[in-house]
Design a protein around this ligand. Sequence first.
Ligand SMILES: [Zn+2]
Length: 354
Amino acid sequence: MILADPVQLDLLPWQRDTWQTLRSAIQADRLGHALLIRGPAGIGKRRFADLLAAAVLCAEPGPEGLPCGVCAECRLLAAGSHPDLTRLVADADSKTGELKVDQVRALCGSQTMTSSRGRRAVYRIAPAEAMNTVAANSLLKTLEEPASATLWLLVAEAPGGLPATVRSRCQQIALPTPPRDLAMDWLRDRLAAGAGDAADAERLLVLGHGAPLRALALADATDLGAREQCLSALHQISVGQADPVAVAKSWQSLEPGLVLDWLCGWVSDKLRLAVHPDASCLVNPDQRGRLAAMAPDLPAAGAHGFLQQVYAARAQAQSTVNKQLLFEALLLRWAALTRPAPRQTRGTPRAAAR
Ligand SMILES: [Zn+2]
């Protein structure tokens, strides 16, 4: 699919140093014909690639080589309709997220045409590692014999997924994760400008693993209050302070897909911590303390079984399903797994044994 989103013409503050190292090459029109822009998710790789494209296409770049924002080229870029910038992404309805050979061939075929507006023709592929082998090989031929006045921008979070032959044809640009203060300032500004609640910035940045754009996307998708409620309820169930059936009832108003995603992330984290107490890559890094304290003796086999049940529930949740029964079944299993064994008394069974 070819993107027609507006190009954002401002430089992200943590990309300034990288820009400076490329500036003279941009200004002298000496950029290589293929660049591989890499770095972690959510730090603005695609935006940086777009900005490079804009700097190359702008008619009157500013003193730092940045696009002017006012010329006819910049106006076309800002409208997402510049004919010399083509951005290939996976089709929205693609199940695998793969970039197929036909899509890449079409792009390579179009590069024989010269730039429509007299500068360069720029092609951006993101994520480049989503190209399957045939597609990557098809691109390789083009990179080996590029048409003049073309610029290929490959964007990758996991460049190891690209064939070495493709990587070696590209000048590599590693973009950094910003220092925390810089990331927090930027995120707070965006949240305050309407993307969410600025008071959530710290938690969102932790959840986004320090990547500001990822954190901002989470502000859209995550109701932090509801998430906290859910995770707290799970903890209370595991220490016998909440009734699974009552909790299932209180979750009725929540979007089941979201709740089940939280559960998946949470149980996966619990399993990671059981193997490596210092595991650094958690889905919920802000929950490390609670996860470690809760159900310390949770048997791995039981946790894996529970995770499978959550996956199955997630698949079911797509269809019409009784949410009460779905949540109840999961929470009763969770209680049975995590509550300490009842003392040896001959009384009525506890709720956990229901
Ligand atoms: Zn311009």
